[in-house]
Design a protein around this ligand. Sequence first.
Ligand SMILES: Cc1ncc(COP(=O)(O)O)c(C=O)c1O
Length: 356
Amino acid sequence: MTTATVNSIHGGDLHQASREFGFPLDQWMDLSTGIAPWAWPIADIPSHIWHRLPAEQCPLERAAADFYGCDNAAILALPGSQFAIRSLPYLYNLCRVALPARGYFEHEKAWREAGHCCVNYHDTALNHLDREVRTGNVDIVLVVNPNNPTTAVLDRERLLEWADILKQRGGCLIVDEAFMDVDETMSLSRSCPRPGLIVLRSLGKFFGLAGLRVGFLLSDEKVKFWLKKRMGPWAVSGPAQFLGVLALQDAQWHRQQRERIKEVAIMQHSLISSVLEGLNKPEEMRVAKGPLFISVFIASDKAATIFRGLARRGIWLRRFDYPDSQQGCLRFGLVKNIDQRRRLQLGLEDIVGEWL
Ligand SMILES: Cc1ncc(COP(=O)(O)O)c(C=O)c1O
């Protein structure tokens, strides 16, 4: 396993995009995040909810337990899963933590800042990590499942086995399932609570409610109690709790959202693959379909040219550069409608045309 420097910018910063490329803020097509382009439609919030301090989080946690298929006792509502990401490193004595070399960088940042020894693994070479877990060379393993931006999905049975092994040595497995809502097949949420296993969920991606700041910790009683105490009272606002319950209970909207996400992801994967295939030999490029984004792994210089070419046309992507590789990644969030699809297609075709 290697250690690597991490990328340190987030998607969705159109101010940065405008500063760099001069397009007015309201004319960007923002494909730089993995947030669904269709948000759950916000309901009216009764005025008493604004007026009072937030009540206990029970209704929100019950709705989440139903949605994630876990025991009610396993769940704690949070002001975004980011709160757990920043806090969990302080629950453990300094130890060895395995984190994805390509993955949501906030995890590694938090563990490093807390002083832990971070080692990276590649989700294309899991046998090595498997050995490290079995030989006790790592105490904590962090998995983003499905991973952002690699799109890798790790198998449930393997992860549960790791959780059991790590638990025996006082460690644990942490699984960030921020992107699991589109297809729950590999989710570990329904296995919670289970000692040695911590799962994080978010209303930011599938529900398109990143601004609401609601996420969940799924864990055993000890971890849940520790985080609850650290969080203190009223951390999740009353309006966020009210809307969160309604969003989690809206089964018809969940069905519609899953269908359109799957349909657009397939279409966009095929569009990007077919346009970019003119530029690259198949072995030099990989176009991967994630739950809420398409990731293109390609030589860093080509990634930079496509990124800048699309930005000059007002299309903002997320670009990842990896210091340990010549290959970079471009992540395309899903388009919202046919007009956006056309704009993306024309932009990509223009760039390929200029190149050839
Ligand atoms: C993989 C992953 N986990 C967690 C988060 C944080 O989500 P939240 O909005 O629940 O804090 C993000 C945000 O981009 C993410 O990409």
